[in-house]
Ligand binder design. Sequence first.
Ligand SMILES: Nc1ncnc2c1ncn2[C@@H]1O[C@H](COP(=O)(O)OP(=O)(O)OP(=O)(O)O)[C@@H](O)[C@H]1O
Ligand SMILES: [Mg+2]
Length: 511
Amino acid sequence: MDVKGQVIAGKVAKILIRQKSGERIELGDLLVVDDEDGYSIMKVYDLSYGSQLQKSVREMIAGMELEGHGGDLSFFEPELRNYIIAEAASLIHITSDGTKKPKGLPTFFSSVQLVSGEHLKFLIKPKNPLYLGKVRSGSKVLDVDVFLDATEILPHHVLVPAITGRGKSNLVKVMLWSILDQDRYGILVLDPHDEYYGRHKQGLKDHPKSDHHLLYYSPNAPTGTNTLVVHLETLLPRDLSGIVELSEAQQEGIRLFYNHFEEKWIENIVRGAELRGVQEQTTAVLQRKFDTFLGVYVGNDDNLHCRNRAFSNTAGMTTVRDITKALEEGQTVVMDTSMLHEEAELLIGSIIVRAVFQNHERAKASGELGQMPVVSIVIEEAPRVLGETRGSNVYSKVAREGRKFKVGLIAVSQLTSLIPRTVLTNMNTKIILGNEMATERKAIMESAAQDLSMDNRIIASLDMGEALVSSNFTKFAIPIQIPLFEDYVKEQTQGKKSPDAKTSFAGVDME
Ligand SMILES: Nc1ncnc2c1ncn2[C@@H]1O[C@H](COP(=O)(O)OP(=O)(O)OP(=O)(O)O)[C@@H](O)[C@H]1O
Ligand SMILES: [Mg+2]
């Protein structure tokens, strides 16, 4: 046994361990300590100096060294008298009967070692594996894969919070790759940076099963993929709610246009049609809004045009239906919205999500929901639609009620504090990457499945790709290292080692 230190004092939430000289215990390390009926895994939350020497003596020794009176100080037996104390708390207790929440203290004076794959053998692979990365102890990566069960976590929403550039999109790409060939999940990716499909670099298109499981929609689609063009008639006034800012007069104007012109309401607004009850000025503002957000205007030829070609009054009648169908067949649909105005992206998403939601509501009513795949929507910068100041929209509806209908969100967010607490608490799995902003960490920790109050400093210091997985479906918050997508793809496609062949994490029964 590779002893790292020894338990010397403490209480349940703060077990004190003296570090063995020559060993190095890090913040976030997972340590193992044996006890009467098994062993416990502890996590290191803080480090401090300990010394047998009085402060004045230590000051004198430092002074002698600094001022050149060093000489032979070995009689102080530095490795015995000066040491590092690690503060740790138990995460889980493992016995021959299974795993339990830690309730007691480890045996006094017992020695501790670094966690190894052997200690994590109780972690079993879930039935529907969704890959996240490997178990991490401090900054050391263990060869133990971490999976969650996609069927469990996706309908209950996943939140990926972190400041910019910490690897949020990279993580979501890894997750989606790992379930791409399973047809029990329909995934809609609204991709404002066109980074998921991999048009110019590696991406989901490189998955060996992408032919049958992946669809790509883009306003300028490469050969063999699909043109993202949505017929204006598929857009309903309620799709705008909580996405496009409208005054009361404008909302009323839209209602009247819709009542009068039905599915041709947008076309008539854009053409500046006169309508009783709607002031000319209101129509003009709406005209301008549709021009800005959708890029739709009347050309010199008197036809309707769309600057980014994503909306049309002649083409795209089946787009929403096709995408919805693909999702219901368990495919992954990536929509390149990089050329679209933010509102246009959210509106197209809104039409599709509304259609999916209706299908699932109907299926539930007729008792057929069990046969339907889980549909999950990846939304980057989620506060755009889930933010406190946003009115209700279909995305917030999914966040609040989706799980009853097997529709969930994978919400990527830099500013979690803008999302209402009730919505955050509903997001049962959080994959927390590094975050230096205290207010953001607070919002994330307060709504997490486990008590992460002691992880505050650890979250602040997470490096690229390092994360903490806190979920109702894990028994403790698991520290992980997410692979770089490109490395993961290489490993997967070169048929080296499949992560699912190994010990891996899953929900474990625990008292
Ligand atoms: N797990 C990882 N391991 C190593 N490098 C990574 C990892 N994740 C991300 N990176 C590196 O960091 C870069 C940024 O990652 P990514 O685009 O996923 O960040 P992000 O959080 O989505 O950023 P943004 O807020 O800008 O969307 C990647 O291009 C990659 O080079
Ligand atoms: Mg990103």
